[in-house]
Ligand binder design. Structure first.
Ligand code: AMP
Length: 395
């Protein structure tokens, strides 16, 4: 696996695919700088080597050229975070971009305009990829968030660099973290899977059954399992067409000696609202008209015990409707348990979709070992797929 340390960037121009797809408010100010901060170590290493950086990214989902999706809005924020005045060019291929890249001196940074102003980017167009490749000497991929897409800048461009290609520091860290959970993690290994639906997590569950010792299931997914096992779930969400699959997963887990922990009690509510009336009930006996929206106190204690016996922990998906304060406790307590286990030496990875939002909202990001920067890319990695952006560098 080639990383930044395999190259000396002295006098070289690095063409770096970063993920600067950051949220902007209506004044076009960056409201969450995580992705820019995450790219900093790669940029600094290249500058310190005596190289220059040409940064390329997408922003949002523009249809053709749309001013509101211009990366010019983030230039001052990137300059501030990196500590170097960033130059901007209002194109990403062609004469103007080539001239700006050619004029770039060691120690300088150039940000290209939004790649997705060209439909060729998402199509993975070879001609467009070749035009991008003209801008730099060494290709660096540091965009985990788009590594699952075979786009021109993430995958197709790589073929024009022969062996002058590597992972940036962020992408390397993402790959190592996944490997630590899925391949080399110290046992016992635990996966906590929450979120809304079994259907969106099914491939992950099947893939990790060979890799983990324990699975804690929580969130809305719980009720498909409980109903399939004959429990009364009241009005809780359930995918009836996935009940057989749920039973099959339980069977497979038993055969593979993987212990599945389902909640034993829930906070049931009489409506899907923060102000609903609530009661703690046995997970198998939720009355009609009531729905389980968070795990109950006994389940929290049980989860805590499991978490604290494990040395490697993967967390994907909230244990309840954490967006509503009344149903956030299970998710917060799980975060506390994982933080404690991490403090005691466990490796913990949080990734994929809403668990990252929950971890940030409740301030756990510095208390776990690693928080992934890629939602979809993380989910696909956990499903056992090789991401095209990663494969292209490894080839
Ligand atoms: P996912 O994107 O699959 O990780 O799902 C996350 C969503 O699941 C969050 O928006 C939660 O509000 C939701 N969720 C968690 N637990 C429940 C539940 N018991 N009932 C309904 N939705 C839930």
């Amino acid at each position: 696996m080639k990383t930044l340390n395999d190259f000396n960037f002295d006098n070289k121009k690095a063409l770096i695919r970063v993920d600067f797809n950051v949220p902007l408010n209506d004044k076009f100010e960056v409201t969450d700088t995580t992705r820019i901060v995450s790219a900093k170590p790669t940029i600094i290493k290249i500058l310190e080597d005596g190289g220059s950086c040409i940064l390329m990214s997408h922003l949002g989902r523009p249809k053709g050229v749309q001013e509101e999706f211009s990366l010019k809005h983030i230039v001052s924020k990137v300059s501030e975070i990196i500590g170097v005045e960033v130059q901007f060019v209002s194109s990403c291929v062609g004469e103007e971009a080539e001239k700006a890249a050619a004029n770039l001196q060691p120690g300088q940074i150039l940000l290209l305009e939004n790649l997705r102003f060209h439909e060729e980017e998402k199509k993975g167009d070879e001609g467009f990829a070749e035009a991008l490749s003209k801008l730099g000497d060494i290709y660096v991929n540091d965009a985990f968030g788009t590594a699952h897409r075979a786009h021109a800048s993430t995958t197709i461009v790589v073929q024009f660099f022969n062996d002058k290609k590597c992972f940036g520091a962020l992408l390397a860290k993402e790959i190592e973290s996944i490997k630590k959970v899925m391949e080399t993690g110290e046992k016992p290994v635990l996966a906590v899977l929450g979120g809304a639906k079994v259907s969106s997590k099914i491939t992950i569950i099947e893939n990790i059954l060979d890799k983990v010792d324990h699975i804690i299931i929580g969130g809305g997914m719980t009720f498909t399992f409980i109903k399939a096992l004959g429990g009364q779930i009241g009005d809780s969400i359930c995918e009836d067409d996935k009940m057989e699959l749920a039973l099959d997963i339980l069977k497979q887990a038993e055969a593979k000696n993987v212990k599945i922990h389902l909640p034993v009690d829930v906070i049931a509510a009489n409506s899907f609202s923060n102000d609903a009336e609530t009661q703690v009930v046995n997970v198998n006996a939720i009355p009609e008209g009531w729905q389980g929206l968070d795990c109950g106190p006994k389940s929290i204690t049980l989860a805590h015990e499991v978490v604290n016996t494990c040395k490697t922990i993967l967390w994907n998906g909230p244990l309840g409707v954490f967006e509503m304060e009344s149903f956030a406790k299970g998710t917060i307590e799980l975060g506390n348990s994982i933080s404690e286990a991490t403090k005691n030496g466990a490796f913990s990875l949080v990734g994929g979709g809403d668990s990252v939002a929950a971890v940030k909202q409740f301030g756990f990001q510095d208390k776990v070992s690693y928080v992934s920067t890629g939602g979809g890319a993380m989910l696909e990695s956990l499903e056992g797929r090789t991401l095209p952006g990663i494969a292209a560098i490894l080839e």
